[in-house]
Design a protein around this ligand. Sequence first.
Ligand code: DHB
Ligand code: MG
Length: 220
Amino acid sequence: MISSTAIEVDAYLEAALLSDDPVLQAVAEASEAAGLVPHAVTPLQAEFLSMLIKVSGARRVLEIGCLGGYSAVAMARALPADGNVLTTEIDTRTAEVAQANIEASRYAEKIELRVGPAMEVLLEQVEAKAVFDFIFIDADKVNHRNYLDQALKLSRPGTLIVADNVVRGGALVDEGSRENSVRGVRAMFDFARDLEGVQMTALQTVGAKGYDGMALFRVE
Ligand code: DHB
Ligand code: MG
């Protein structure tokens, strides 16, 4: 359940802190018109990702789960001139919408969209010994653990990995949950528990998208 207060507060904070953003607004509107699920990050969350990219000085970004391209465009825009985003989308029709949005955003030269299962792209990147500065994990939550595992292989000291939707309305703490997404996120935290050399934290979030959270991993 999404609280109306949280929605109102999000609107208030957006009005206070964010400028009009025709670029991201166009992505959001086209995604909605195309019937994509309303799972993109919020404007405030997009600005949070943008800020993380800027403060970390990231140039090479990997996104796992593109949806309509909202976060990909927000992240591409935060990068220096020689920076770029590699993003993945498993659904062909969603990817077509995303590609059109990316081209309309004029950040197309900074964003490469690969259509296919994220794990295939990850394994191929691992094989190629690619290294990323910033990785946003936001695909199916079932594979959160596996995506984090591969993301760490694509990291260097200083790489920041952000995993979206790790609280799931609080279902995270339901150890008997039969929901595959909850099990996937719990598997990610079980995996994280044993990690060494990675600074980790998580933030619970509440807002227009309800009660959720992001986990952050910084490779040391
Ligand atoms: C869901 C997925 C997301 O990436 C998100 O931000 C919110 C919800 C979902 O699949 O329910
Ligand atoms: Mg998400």
